[in-house]
Unconditional design. Structure first.
Length: 192
């Protein structure tokens, strides 16, 4: 993928409901040099999501074909036939614009991206204050079923144990504090 030396990547990962998306959106407003990498997924679109804005929504068959054709930087089957991934074309599009790519991905995806981009990446783990706060946030969304909440919380327990594998752990206890800390860390990385 092109010369990766000047092309940087910032990766935000967290358990579902920890606030990573809110923080990433904030950073995109603050830093003009960042551009959001839109992930591809095979799950159905939620009522508030827009195609090509929130995700590239692919059929399971399309997703599997792109895997076969080596079109992903990374991908995973999060749940049965529920694929998520980062398209190489998406990263190349952002770098061609002379911007730094910023990712909002789950923990396994984040670690895969960190490995792929190496020293050109800053991988940040957004840590919720507690599992209870995650549960509260997931319930407030009103997009999750009880089974889905239980599944996400079970996954979160495992994901929290992997936080130490990231370059930086950002505690999201207070959103304004988390915003300021994220700005500081990202600014430092961009200036390197």
């Amino acid at each position: 993928m092109g010369s990766q030396l000047k092309n940087k990547a910032i990766i935000f990962s967290a358990p579902s409901g920890a606030g990573k998306t809110t923080i990433v959106h904030h950073l995109l407003e603050v830093f003009d040099e960042l551009a959001f990498s839109i992930s591809a997924c095979s799950r159905p679109r939620r009522h508030n999501e827009r195609k090509g804005k929130d995700y590239h929504f692919l059929s399971i068959e399309d997703f599997k074909n792109k895997i076969k054709n080596n079109e992903f930087v990374e991908w995973e089957e999060v749940y049965k036939n529920n694929f998520y991934g980062t398209l190489k074309s998406e990263v190349e599009r952002i770098w061609a614009e002379g911007k730094t790519v910023i990712f909002d991905v789950d923990v396994v995806g984040g670690l895969n991206l960190k490995k792929y981009f190496g020293d050109n990446a800053l991988a940040i783990f957004v840590k919720p204050p507690s599992i209870k706060s995650l549960e509260d946030r997931l319930r407030t969304r009103e997009t999750e079923t009880e089974a889905s909440i239980a599944r996400r919380l079970g996954k979160a327990e495992i994901e929290l144990e992997r936080a130490k594998e990231f370059d930086y752990i950002l505690l999201n206890d207070d959103l304004e504090t988390a915003f300021a800390e994220a700005e500081r860390v990202v600014k430092e990385f961009l200036e390197k």
